[in-house]
Design a protein around this ligand. Sequence first.
Ligand code: IMP
Length: 424
Amino acid sequence: MPGIALVGLQWGDEGKGKVTDLLARDTDVVVRYQGGNNAGHTIVVEGERYALHLIPTGILYPHCIPVIGPGVVVNPQVLLEEMTALTGRGVDVSRLMLSGNAHLIMPYHLELDKVTERRLGKNRLGTTKRGIGPAYADKASRIGLRVQDLLDPKIFKEKLEVALKEKNVVLTRVYGRLPIEHQAVEEEYLSYAQQLRPHIADTSNFVQHALDDGKTVLFEGAQATMLDLDHGTYPYVTSSNPIAGGATVGAGVGPKDIDRIIGITKAYCTRVGSGPFPSEADPVEAEILVEAGGEYGTTTGRKRRCGWFDVVVGRYAARLNTLTEFVVTKLDVLSEFDRIKVCVAYEFEGDRFDEFPPNQTIFNKCKAIYEELPGWKEDITKTTRLEDLPKEARAYLEYIEGLLNVPVSWASVGPGREQIVQVK
Ligand code: IMP
């Protein structure tokens, strides 16, 4: 031990990469446990900026073993491209471990993600179009292909035939698309097999041994609590479980193997894609947050929707993840404002909700109730000690800490490694 889970508390993009970087020195193994290349982790290591989508950030630290766990959905083409790009920048990727139980994203998953979104029209989810939802749907329907199938060409061919029989009917008859050629997919995927073979392993067993040997294992969540399939703002969610509980299922360890659960939240709030967002800022405020915070997606380049810190979401996430602490990122972005709004509760048809509402109709239609705090209007990007932060910035951190009833351990004040303030 210890096992540490790192989870996003909002709708993703909270800056988990920066916190991973902070913990990396003392971490032996980094495990991705859900999602796929819909994620985008930006990390700056020794002045070099890396945007990783599928490979765990541990790859950037020579002493860490990066692991893609069974709960991840893997597009092998993207994985190999990411490995090649890292190798080209001098990063050793030979340590990467890939679970044989992870499911494969197939070409028809990408196609189905696109055509389904198109068909949904104004009701579309705003997915990343990386085939994530269709791949997890096939996993649950038990017609998915797994990484280990790449190692047995006969099984791979049989399973692909079964899947394509159904997919091609849907693609051609429902969506008027061309069918996907069996032969071409088989050849493409089996060519990936040769390159991936040395990395494929029983990662659950490996991680358990690492924990038993006293190594530090970081379970790296992608996306975030409000995008969780079961607990997020369904249907505007991703198709996996980013919450801390998902780490046990998706990595293949027991609940008692995780002793520290760190939540990451921005000092304000953003989301990409469709769906309700009670604390969404007005267009003028939102534009300030977009520009000051550089709020454009790492994966899709989409402009993020911006709003104020939402205490109801924060409390909900603190409960669902049984947080032991949390980190507030991008505190410096709030330096732009004279007054800072915090959404402390929701109002719906005259009722006040301090807790997350029990059904989506309320969440869709509720209005944010705001408290306002004084801003600090000064550059804090060079501050590294808590006592050097303006008193208003400290008051802001104390305020949200009190409302979430979980200690804040760090506040980040810029993208660089050194731009961080230890709070506890
Ligand atoms: P999917 O995961 O591509 O199916 O997309 C489902 C929803 O999750 C969409 O609203 C996406 O914008 C959102 N989403 C998926 N991955 C991320 C992420 O890494 N950050 C923020 N939003 C994400």
